[in-house]
Design a protein around this ligand. Structure first.
Ligand SMILES: [Zn+2]
Length: 661
């Protein structure tokens, strides 16, 4: 399906309906009434739902000739649900778990992933992933057969494939496959890479199976990166289910750069998938859905169908309540495109990377800071066109290969500005900076040896910072300035954290000497700036407001007239800008997750912001009218210094402001 058709047909509001069912439920599906099932979804405003062809237990819910029908099931649950939903105009996707299929694993142990210890069962684990399927075994043809069977028999609008990210496999088929790629099973890195290739190979085989039957279905692969998705992206984000509240704001700014339709998949559960009796407060669900909307995305809410197959009225009352509010925003959100001027450059995201974990933390740290600073930004991989941005950020661990370096070089040559930190911007072997402008500005001297060390910013970049050497909690690199301008020096101690001299351990690190060593260097006529410590990683790990203030001050130097300036809007509030033909929308989102008890972050009600002062850069467009949507109440405004200026007396959770050209 091409992008244009995908955008046209992409559902605005969906439900992801889990239905993994252990054996032993005699009356599975006994309460399924197709008409009532579809009417419940319709009344909740659901346009798209997935129903189960095959669950992670390995059971099928239709009369398969290839797989295992759920024991004792006489009805075609899949067929009845597809038909009933279509009668109500609801689109339907068929769900297959690909990586997990416990019934197949039980009966075909040679189809399982063999781990490094030679096991196919991991009894010490005993979660869903205690045994997984090998994509180069006989299982491949079996699962492809089931997918083909469903596509041949049911007029589904989409297919969704789960658990594609299976672990490395030491089975003979995979070892032989590795040899074809010149990979070495003795290397853990090569094994991880092979697992990645295995998932892509399975995806290719499934794509070919789909193409042999249909060219008009949505297909999504859970567990694969956005760049590997053929038709659209459904970002799984359950904030309380392990993803946390930082995941969505960062990742949605990446997935939206592919030009494909995208949504976020949160859930109604208190905890995570499978929590059938757990319900979140409605404002938490509203926050997640709005968080997608304000970033140009669509919505999907996860649920788990009871084995008797009756949808829970309480769940659909809540989903309906949230979706009816979201639907009121459609005139201003349909086809609206995010407006951005900063990019976080994330080359590891478009390919296999051993560094993905710490790179991801650094990216989320930068993302958090930029959200808190109300900056408008995307996250892009190496394939993206970066010429549309004013500033590119190269985070802490992002090395630049020749192609990446050439891209940044060309960007800078046209006046583009660059902020980088720590090892960000080094060449792939980490021996020196990749770009001539960096090498001209400073000499790379390897890893920093002092820990902790302390930041001493010069007055140009010290606004809002306390007059104290601020601790650098995460070590970065050491440099000697050449032609660069030092914006911050470094204070050091005579010993390092946790030094051990066989007499004492050193834990109290005080600054004993202020040195000339640089911690922030500006160069290329003020168009580039390098922080020697991992600013994004350190912010995510330690949340020191001083780090964000340093970034704010440097951004202010590079981008004195940002797209948006806000006063009186809390640091946790999010502000984004989207545009349709002839108008721009400012979204003010004001919710705050609170850490409660040992693990949970809870949103129970919207937060309030009062008397928010807004300045929206005009960019040559003088607005004729400013109003709140959807109610249409006019907002008085003035234009000055290239900005539209106005006040928003009250934001309770969310406010949408429209500037009509
Ligand atoms: Zn294998």
């Amino acid at each position: 399906m091409d992008n244009e058709l995908a955008w046209k047909r992409f559902p605005k509001r969906a439900v992801h309906l889990d239905f993994h069912t252990p054996p032993g439920i005699d009356n599975l599906g006994c309460k399924l009434n197709g008409k009532e099932f579809a009417a419940t979804l319709r009344d909740a405003g659901v346009e798209y739902v997935n129903v189960f062809a095959k669950c992670n237990m390995g059971f099928c819910y239709y009369p398969t000739k290839i797989g295992y029908v759920y024991p004792g099931l006489k009805r075609d649950l899949l067929g009845e649900m597809v038909s009933a939903c279509h009668d109500e105009g609801i689109k339907v996707a068929a769900y297959f778990n690909v990586g997990l299929s416990h019934e197949h694993a039980l009966r075909h142990r040679d189809w399982c992933v063999v781990n490094k210890l030679g096991q196919v069962y991991q009894f010490d684990k005993m979660d869903h992933w205690f045994r997984t399927m090998c994509f180069f075994s006989g299982y491949r043809e079996c699962i492809l057969g089931m997918i083909d069977e469903v596509l041949a028999q049911y007029p589904v609008d989409g297919v969704i494939f789960d658990s594609m990210n299976t672990p490395p496999c030491y089975g003979i088929e995979c070892i032989e496959e590795m040899e074809k790629h010149g990979l070495n099973p003795k290397s853990d890195d090569d094994m991880q890479y092979m697992a990645y290739l295995s998932a892509l190979s399975m995806r290719d085989a499934i794509n070919a199976t789909i193409a042999s039957r249909r060219n008009d279905v949505f297909a999504y692969y859970l567990g694969l990166e956005a760049c590997h998705q053929p038709t659209h992206i459904e970002l799984e984000v359950l904030p309380q289910g392990g993803w946390g509240y930082d995941y969505l704001p960062a990742r949605i700014r990446y997935i939206r750069t592919f030009g494909k339709p995208y949504s976020t998949m949160t859930a109604r559960f208190h905890r995570s998938w499978g929590d059938l009796g757990g319900i979140r407060p409605e404002p938490a669900l509203m926050f997640d859905c709005l968080n997608s909307i304000v970033n140009g995305g669509k919505c999907c809410i996860g649920d788990h169908l009871h084995p008797f197959c009756k949808l829970e009225p309480a769940v659909y009352k809540m989903i309906g309540s949230v979706y009816s509010e979201i639907a009121k925003l459609d005139p201003w959100t349909d086809g609206a495109k995010p407006q951005t001027e900063i990019a976080i450059f994330a080359p590891w995201l478009g390919k296999y990377s051993k560094d993905a974990d710490r790179c991801g933390i650094a990216m989320r740290g930068y993302s958090r800071m930029l959200v808190e600073l109300k900056q408008q930004f995307d996250i892009v991989n190496s394939d993206a066109d970066i010429s549309c941005y004013s500033i590119v950020i190269i985070p802490d661990f992002s090395s630049l290969n020749d192609a990446d370096a050439a891209k940044i070089q060309a960007f800078m040559a046209k006046g583009g500005k660059v902020i980088s930190s720590a090892w960000g911007g080094l060449n792939p072997d980490g021996s020196d900076f990749a770009l001539p402008a960096y090498r001209d500005a400073m000499e790379f001297c390897g890893d920093e040896s002092h820990h902790f060390s302390f930041i001493h910013p010069s007055t140009e970049i010290a606004d809002g910072l306390p007059e104290i050497g601020t601790t650098i909690y995460e070590k970065g690199i050491a440099i000697k300035p050449k032609n660069g301008k030092v914006l911050s020096t470094m204070g050091v101690c005579d010993f390092n954290l946790q030094d051990w001299d066989y007499r004492h351990e050193y834990l109290y690190i005080s600054e004993l000497e202020q040195t000339d060593a640089a911690t922030i260097v500006e160069f290329a006529n003020g168009n580039a700036c390098h922080f020697t410590f991992p600013l994004g990683y350190a912010y995510f790990q330690h949340a020191a407001c001083a780090y964000r203030t340093l970034l704010r001050n440097e951004l202010h130097r590079m981008l004195p007239k940002p797209m948006l300036k806000l006063e009186n809007f809390p640091s946790f509030g999010q502000a984004t800008i989207t545009a349709q033909d002839g108008r721009r929308m400012l979204h003010l989102l004001c919710y705050v997750p609170e850490k409660r008890g040992a693990v949970m972050e809870i949103v129970e009600e919207p937060a309030i912001a009062l008397d928010v002062k807004v300045q929206l850069r005009m960019d040559g467009k003088a607005p004729k009218r400013l109003y709140y949507a959807p109610d249409g109440e006019d907002i008085p405004f003035e234009t000055k210094d290239g900005y539209v200026k106005f006040s928003v007396p009250l934001v309770k959770g969310y406010r949408l402001i429209v500037a009509e050209d």
